[in-house]
Design a protein around this ligand. Structure first.
Ligand code: NI
Length: 229
């Protein structure tokens, strides 16, 4: 399931993030291959901010706060753990990240293992700032091309082949991270999300009825069947 989260970051926060990023010097950025698995390393050419860089820490804090406020994020990802969000940059010199599947398990700095059920990219600058730089993700038979306004985020299943196409002009700034979900299966998460969103609509149209109460019970009983906490 590919899902857009509009304005995960407010325009004001995006502006602040951009100001912090534009104040960086080239030595602040490190080679993105350091954090890739052996297959992915061969097709990866981008730049990243180290996790402990103050600018990375500030942007990460804004993003985690945005996720906390997003009911859509919670319903779509059903998060159990989040892997430390990382800021990255693509330029014509470090232009792309070829087709790959992310490693299934990531080790966080605190020693916690995170299974990468769901991937998230938060766009930090606007599509007009660069040419190329589309996130292309396979979802079943379909291929989705994603390039969103600054502050918007996209969720896509961690078990899909994906790539970032070459940036040929300007720079693409983004933040990406993974979520270990309480529900491992993308199919099951999709069913729960559809049920949850339709229940919201039903309640908005008709208020609470015996049927919405019963269906809410169905939602929670499915979650009880499928969730690991
Ligand atoms: Ni990836």
């Amino acid at each position: 399931m590919i899902r857009v989260l509009p304005q995960l970051l407010s325009p004001e926060t995006v502006l602040q993030a951009r100001q912090l990023l534009s104040g960086l010097s080239p030595v602040d950025w490190t080679d993105g291959r350091h954090s890739a698995g052996s297959q992915a390393r061969q097709v990866k050419s981008n730049l990243q901010l180290p996790h402990d860089h103050p600018v990375a820490q500030q942007i990460r804090a804004w993003i985690l706060a945005g996720l906390d406020q997003s009911a859509t994020f919670f319903s779509a990802a059903l998060p159990l753990k989040i892997f430390t969000p990382r800021v990255n940059r693509y330029t014509p010199e470090f232009p792309h990240y070829g087709l790959h599947i992310d490693n299934a398990i990531r080790l966080r700095a605190d020693g916690e293992r995170v299974r990468t059920d769901v991937s998230c990219t938060v766009f930090l600058n606007d599509p007009d700032d660069y040419d190329g730089g589309e996130l292309v993700a396979q979802d079943h038979a379909a291929s989705h091309r994603v390039k969103l306004p600054a502050g918007h985020a996209v969720l896509y299943p961690g078990n899909t082949l994906h790539e970032v196409t070459p940036v040929t002009r300007g720079q693409r700034l983004a933040c990406f991270f993974w979520i270990e979900s309480m529900v491992r299966s993308d199919e099951q998460r999709r069913i729960l999300f559809d049920l949850d969103m339709n229940l919201l609509q039903l309640r908005a149209q008709h208020g609470e009825t015996p049927e919405t109460t019963a269906l809410t019970g169905v939602y929670h009983n499915l979650l009880r069947q499928w969730a690991n906490t």
